[in-house]
Design a protein around this ligand. Structure first.
Ligand code: B12
Length: 213
């Protein structure tokens, strides 16, 4: 069966999780590279949904359904994403900052890191600065990655960095930030060590921060 990634994208935009699962499986079985499924099938669909929401053509329920459909599709990709052959790279703590429940991109980053030899701990979404701090304090992570998808929650990236500084933990870890509204300039401004616009680059930046690239 040949798989049309535009059809996959369309089904996700419609919020049809069952069809999204079926088409993602078929694409994988048909030998379509996982990165192509991600970028052409899934991320493109989310951008369209975001644009429709912005234009007032989609409301929260439609965005939610599309989000569920893309998450179901990402689950299908998980084995391919984490099937890395890399040896142990390091310990990575990841989470979405306080006030923000977007986790699709963060989950993709986490899976790709796992596939590249990272031992990943995921704190989930809406993570308070003090929860990042206590995790860093208890476990020796090499890198902390934070995700923010809302302009309103971007400042919580800075707040978390400040909290790590106040707790005397800042120098124990490298800090990476990401999420659609985040830029390299913003990452520099708030004193993060690394930024990546997507999961593929996130893996490269993480390795570089540990001097492993
Ligand atoms: C799906 C979605 C939702 C779903 C989320 C479901 C979920 N489980 O994640 C639901 C319906 C819950 C939702 C809710 C809301 N949303 Co919303 N949502 C989206 C949407 C359509 C897609 C996001 C997504 O998954 N993108 C695909 C992934 C793969 O991309 P990504 O997240 O950017 O991740 C990549 C990179 O950024 C990077 N990355 C991500 N994290 C990290 C971390 C690190 C460390 C690194 C290095 C890299 C990295 O790598 C990832 C993979 O390549 C976007 C539109 C868009 N284009 O982004 C709006 C969008 C983000 N949402 C928006 C809004 C306004 C909201 C709400 C406020 C709506 C409301 N009125 O309630 C709420 C807020 C809820 C909250 N408190 O968080 C706005 C934000 C506007 C702004 N600039 O602030 C957007 C942009 C839509 C729009 N155009 O208006 N949303």
């Amino acid at each position: 069966m040949t798989v049309d990634l535009n059809e996959l994208s369309r089904r996700i935009i419609e919020g049809d999780a069952d069809k999204a699962i079926e088409l993602t499986k078929a694409a994988l079985e048909g030998g379509v590279p996982v990165q192509e499924i991600l970028t052409r099938g899934l991320v493109g669909a989310m951008n369209t949904v975001g644009e429709r929401f912005k234009r007032g053509e989609y409301f929260l329920p439609e965005m939610l359904l599309a989000g569920e459909a893309v998450k179901a599709a990402v689950e299908q990709l998980k084995p391919a994403l984490i099937r890395g052959e890399a040896g142990y790279t390091g310990k990575y703590l990841i989470g979405t900052v306080q006030g923000d429940v977007h986790d699709i991109g963060k989950n993709i980053v986490a899976m790709m890191l796992e596939g590249n030899g990272w031992e990943v701990t995921d704190l989930g979404v809406d993570v308070a600065p003090e929860d990042f701090c206590s995790a860093v304090d208890k476990n020796g992570y090499h890198i902390v990655g934070m995700s923010a998808l809302l302009t309103l929650t971007m400042s919580n990236l800075a707040k978390t960095i400040d909290a790590l500084k106040a707790a005397g933990l800042r120098d124990r870890v490298k800090i990476m930030v990401g999420g659609a509204p985040v830029t390299q300039a913003y990452a520099d401004q708030i004193g993060a060590d690394g930024y990546a616009p997507d999961a593929v680059e996130a893996v490269m930046v993480a390795a570089k921060l540990l001097g492993k690239s």
